[in-house]
Ligand binder design. Sequence first.
Ligand code: GLN
Length: 275
Amino acid sequence: MTKMLKILSLLLVITTVVFAAGCAEQGEEGAEGAVEEMPTYYVGTEAQFPPFEIVDNAGNVIGFDVDLMNAIAEDQGFKVIYQDQDFSGLIPALQTGNIDIIASGMTITEEREGQVDFSEPYINAGLALAVTVNNDEITSVEDLQGKTLAVQTGSTGYFKAEELKEAGIVAEIKDFPHVNEAIEEVRIGGADAMINDLPVTNAFIAAQPGIIMIVGEPLNSESYGFAIREGNTELLEKINTGLQNVRDSGDYDELISKLPMYMEEEDAAEGNVTE
Ligand code: GLN
């Protein structure tokens, strides 16, 4: 009898929980009826790339690219869901339809333009060389003869390192999925220097001073764009129109104003495409 009661009360609990869950779901659907009409796009990002994308303590992807993409989405009436993954897998994920947009500090390059469509450029950043703070031997690219470089896999820093290797300057390239791993390799002496986007290296230095420093002038100037599957003109138009609206409203400048500590002054200004 007691057993029977136990089973009965357990059943009652289960029914209540299921019923409550059903109500909650219904409530949400009802309340968000209009929202559900909005298209949802999956945004791929490699969220270990401050100040553009990082994961906060609560596990949310935050950063400049996220703020800008959210502002564009709001302006254009679509929803976004961020998917954190390795940088080198972003273009394949876009091509296979696992994601719809790349917002990941991705430089617009000619080679990538053959694989994806890019939005209008939304910020400029250049590559910079960095070494450990006590290194007085390497002060510019000219000092890289026979040296080992650490870079992020598939990044423009990686392509620059390959160029330097093909030119017979750099001896070896070690590549890592994330920038902090390349920094660590330099710190432990496994590589002599690293090449990475200047604002990002600056952000790491600001977060953890006393490990590496930037040397020499920026190696180039690059423009970041949002990438979309080739031929997805409807989404491309939404992103470009949204970006223009966010610029016109002054919201873009507000986001930029949070960045100057990481940027070269002229890079923080909006503008020039460099390909
Ligand atoms: N801007 C660089 C590139 O596009 C690095 C981007 C990144 O690592 N998120 O290759």
